[in-house]
Ligand binder design. Structure first.
Ligand SMILES: [Zn+2]
Length: 366
């Protein structure tokens, strides 16, 4: 039995048994009179404890973040009387229900009812809870009789951003307040993919290929393949992320399928199978599942000083959080931590507003 596959009940039993052994060993340690014996018992207890803690760590939950596309004032596409935001929510809730029954899986959503959530805010919600995968669920539309399912990962270039499907799914940002500043970076020629997304691209493609395979095998959709495109919603995430176009509402047959409870059940089963395969074959078999993944973060350097300055000092002008790094006797003071360069730029703007006119962004790996 692999340690990685233990469920919470098994871990609990092992924990109790080990604790008992430790108590027995500790007692033996107290009773033993010779130094070598004492050393042996102490070493053995320590080894046992570290094994238990390692097994508990490897048994951490696998967290799935589900993002039902659109919602609230943004209905998504509407054809033949079918409304995208309703279908994506129904599918996401079914996926979540099925996954929640699996031991060791936690599910979070960007929305669980009919509400508006800005595109740029969805990724950070998943980042905040340290999700292992991000799955955005959508339905497509076209003026032709096109049908079938396709799965997308983040594309890096202008051409990807301008793909018809990405344009449709991104269109909602123009209805959001202050969209020009919120999406400034995205509107530039090159999307400027971060190091984290680049690192995740391989894993995103693996997850996308499992989803695509299942959408064909289980949900019986026509295969529209795995593709890259510039979706705003995938831009801010720091974990493997995919966007699934489950089918075309503009196609009368496929629209009826996606709008039916039976169709949604099949699509949900396909996604669940794919996510479980990904967890078992990729996430648990990479070192990353048991050791902290190195993350690139963006922070703002305010100034350097030889003195140690408490973070609550008025010299930081109320900025929070503040941290420092020491090198060659000089302490460099930083403000904040962001997952993208764009969010880092917002932190810098705030620092400048507070009077740190020389503040600049630094990229860190931790
Ligand atoms: Zn959509």
């Amino acid at each position: 039995m692999s340690l990685k596959r233990l469920n919470s009940g098994q871990t609990y039993i092992i924990f109790v048994v080990t604790l008992r052994y430790c108590l027995i060993l500790l007692n033996a340690f107290r009773m033993s009179k010779t130094v070598p014996k004492r050393r042996f018992f102490l070493l053995f207890s320590l080894l046992l404890l570290s094994w238990v803690s390692a097994s508990a760590q490897s048994n951490r939950n696998f967290t799935v973040f589900l993002d039902p596309g659109h919602g609230g004032k943004d209905p998504g596409n509407m054809h033949n009387g079918y409304v995208e935001k309703k279908i994506t929510l129904a599918i996401a809730l079914k996926v979540g229900d099925l996954l929640s029954k699996q031991p060791g899986i936690k599910v979070h959503y960007s929305r669980t009812d009919d509400r508006s959530v800005d595109l740029y805010a969805r990724g950070p919600l998943a980042n905040k809870i340290n999700a292992d995968v991000f799955v955005s669920i959508h339905c497509d539309a076209h003026e032709s009789a096109a049908y079938g399912a396709g799965t997308f990962v983040l594309g890096l270039h202008r051409a990807d951003k301008n793909s018809a499907v990405a344009q449709r799914e991104n269109a909602v940002i123009y209805n959001e307040e202050n969209y020009q500043s919120k999406y400034a970076k995205f509107n530039s020629d090159i999307i400027g993919i971060g190091a984290i997304q680049e690192e995740n691209l391989d894993q995103s493609i693996r997850l996308a290929s499992y989803v695509q395979r299942e959408m064909v095998a289980t949900a019986k959709r026509r295969d529209r393949k795995v593709k890259q495109a510039g979706f705003v919603v995938l831009y801010e995430t720091i974990m493997p992320s995919v966007l699934v176009e489950t089918g075309f509402l503009s196609n009368a047959n496929e629209g009826a399928f996606l709008n039916s409870s039976k169709g949604q059940d099949l699509v949900a089963s396909a996604m669940v199978n794919a996510i479980l395969t990904y967890r078992d074959e990729v996430a648990l078999n990479t070192l990353g599942a048991n050791t902290p993944i190195s993350q690139t973060v963006f922070s703002v350097q305010l100034f350097a000083s030889e003195k140690t300055i408490p973070v609550s000092d008025p010299r930081f002008r109320g900025l929070n959080p503040i941290w420092y790094e020491e090198k060659d006797g000089l302490k460099r003071y930083f403000y904040g931590e962001a997952s993208s360069q764009e969010s880092g730029a917002m932190l810098r703007k705030k620092a400048i507003e507070k009077g740190f006119s020389d503040a600049f962004i630094v990229k860190k790996t931790r």
